[in-house]
Design a protein around this ligand. Structure first.
Ligand SMILES: [Fe+2]
Length: 285
C-alpha cells in the first residue's frame, strides 16, 4: 500500500484502490488464489472507460488542463500577430532595402526584365557583339556601300568599270599571254609561230636541245683550225708525201729527180750573159 499515493493523480489513486481491494480480499479470503498482480487474467481489458489510457488521451482536443502560454514559455495569444501587424504597418522597417517608391517608373520596367537581352531591349541598347548592315554606316556613300557589299572581286571590278588605261596597264596581249603560260623550266625560248613559243633545253639532252659553248667545243672545230694531210679526203698517198716532204730536196727525191733538175735551161737566140756552171743554152737560131 505504501507503493501508491491516492493523492498523486487519478492513475496512482486507481492503483492504490486496486491494491487496497486486493489486500482486503486477501485478508478476507484467507490467503488462497492469485497473489501476484502479473498473474491476473484480463490484464489487457479496458474495463474502466472512466480512466484515461493512451487512446483516450490522444483523442482529447483543446486545452483540457488549462495550460497557459506562460507555463510553456510562449507569448500571450495575439502578441505575434500584433508585432507582425505593427511591422507591416511601419513605413520603412528595412532601411537596408530600397523603397519601391524611390525607384523610378523606368527603373521598375528594367528591374523586372528576365535577362540581359530583356534589359537591352528595355534600354534600347545593342549587345556588346553585334553587326550592322552597310546602310548603318552613317557617312557611307552609295558607291562605297556597293563596293562593300559586292559579292566578289569580279563584281567590284564591274562596279569600278575601269579600263586598262585607267590604271596605266597594257591591254591584254596574246603574245604576252603565251609567254606567261610558259613554265619555270630552264631553256632557250624559240618562237615557232604567231603567239606560239617553245622552250629548248640547253645542252645535249635531246635532239632539240641547244648546245652551249662548252657542248659545242666538244663537237665542232673552232673558227681557226688546221688539218693534217691525212684529213684531205681526196688526197693520194703520193700527193700527201709531197705535201709533207721536209724540203725541196726531199720532194725531188720523191720524184726521183737527179741534179739535172737544178740546171738553168735558157731557150733563146742569144747566149746567157753570165751563166752558172752546168747551165744549158738552147740556141733557137
Ligand atoms: Fe677544218
Amino acid at each position: 500500500m505504501a507503493d501508491f499515493d491516492p493523492n498523486a493523480g487519478p492513475t496512482s489513486r486507481w492503483l492504490w484502490r486496486l491494491a487496497k481491494i486486493t489486500e482486503d480480499n486477501h485478508a478476507t479470503w484467507g490467503g488462497s488464489g492469485v497473489t501476484d498482480h502479473g498473474a491476473l487474467t484480463g490484464l489487457a481489458d479496458d474495463d474502466h472507460a472512466q480512466y484515461l489510457n493512451s487512446a483516450r488521451h490522444t483523442a482529447i482536443t483543446g486545452n483540457p488542463h488549462g495550460t497557459t502560454a506562460a507555463q510553456v514559455g510562449a507569448d500571450a495569444s495575439g502578441t505575434a500577430a500584433a508585432a507582425v501587424a505593427s511591422h507591416v504597418a511601419a513605413g520603412d522597417p528595412h532601411t537596408q532595402y530600397l523603397l519601391e517608391s524611390a525607384v523610378s517608373a523606368f527603373g521598375l520596367t528594367l528591374i523586372d526584365d528576365a535577362d540581359a537581352a530583356g534589359a537591352r531591349t528595355t534600354l534600347g541598347a545593342a549587345a556588346a557583339s553585334h553587326a550592322h548592315p552597310a546602310s548603318d554606316i552613317s557617312d557611307s556613300t552609295v558607291a562605297g556601300r556597293n563596293m562593300l557589299t559586292a559579292a566578289d572581286v569580279a563584281a567590284q571590278k564591274a562596279l569600278l568599270a575601269y579600263t586598262t588605261g585607267d590604271i596605266g596597264a597594257q591591254p591584254t596581249d596574246a603574245t604576252l599571254a603565251a609567254l606567261a603560260g610558259l613554265d619555270a623550266s630552264a631553256g632557250l625560248l624559240e618562237q615557232t609561230g604567231a603567239d606560239a613559243f617553245t622552250k629548248r633545253a640547253m645542252g645535249v639532252g635531246a635532239s632539240t636541245s641547244v648546245l652551249t659553248r662548252a657542248d659545242g667545243d666538244g663537237r665542232f672545230a673552232a673558227l681557226s683550225h688546221t688539218h693534217p694531210a691525212s684529213q684531205i679526203s681526196d688526197s693520194t698517198a703520193a700527193g700527201r708525201s709531197m705535201l709533207t716532204a721536209a724540203d725541196a730536196a726531199a720532194q725531188r727525191a720523191l720524184l726521183s729527180l737527179g741534179t739535172g733538175a737544178l740546171v738553168n735551161i735558157t731557150v733563146s737566140t742569144t747566149a746567157p750573159g753570165s751563166p752558172s756552171v752546168g747551165d744549158l743554152w738552147v740556141d733557137t737560131n
